[in-house]
Design a protein around this ligand. Structure first.
Ligand code: GDP
Length: 138
């Protein structure tokens, strides 16, 4: 069972002023914030984070979106963190996201979908290390 996941409050949600509400939502769902910072990624950083999607048709648009403004990566801790957080944020496409999920409440579109959540324990560790040092995470 995993105990950490990596999230990013994406540029659309930061720009729309939803960061505080989303952080409240995450805390109310039982997650503890282990590390957090606000950054503005360049193309190399955003492309590296989404390297797995490099061959997808939406890759360039996704990098342009993720570099369009500041975002807030966070390492979150909770029992069963990865699966519980995916349930907390809802489906990738906000039109398909369940009522009460972060994406249903705050996302604009399948691309500008407010928030990221790791999809496996292995990726959670890799993604946490992408933004934070061991000292900051543990
Ligand atoms: P996630 O794990 O729910 O974030 O979804 P994915 O790993 O499949 O996709 C990564 C991110 O790429 C999503 O969160 C969206 O921001 C973006 N994305 C996914 N599918 C599409 C798509 O069909 N079109 C566009 N423009 N962006 C997409």
């Amino acid at each position: 069972m995993s105990n950490i996941t990596l999230t990013i409050i994406k540029p659309d949600a930061v720009g729309n002023g939803f960061s505080g509400k989303i952080i409240d939502h995450i805390l109310a769902a039982g997650f503890k914030i282990k590390a957090m910072k606000m950054i503005h990624m360049n193309e190399r950083e955003a492309g590296g984070f989404y390297d797995v999607h490099r061959e997808r048709p939406f890759f360039n648009d996704l990098v342009a979106f993720m570099t369009s403004g500041p975002c807030i990566p966070m390492v979150l801790e909770k029992d069963n963190a990865v699966a519980d957080f995916r349930a907390t944020i809802g489906a990738t496409n906000p039109k398909e996201a369940a009522e009460g999920t972060v994406r249903k409440l705050y996302a604009q579109s399948i691309e500008a979908n407010a928030i990221h959540g790791s999809d496996s324990d292995e990726n959670a560790r890799r993604e946490a290390s992408y933004f934070f040092s061991e000292l900051e995470i543990f």
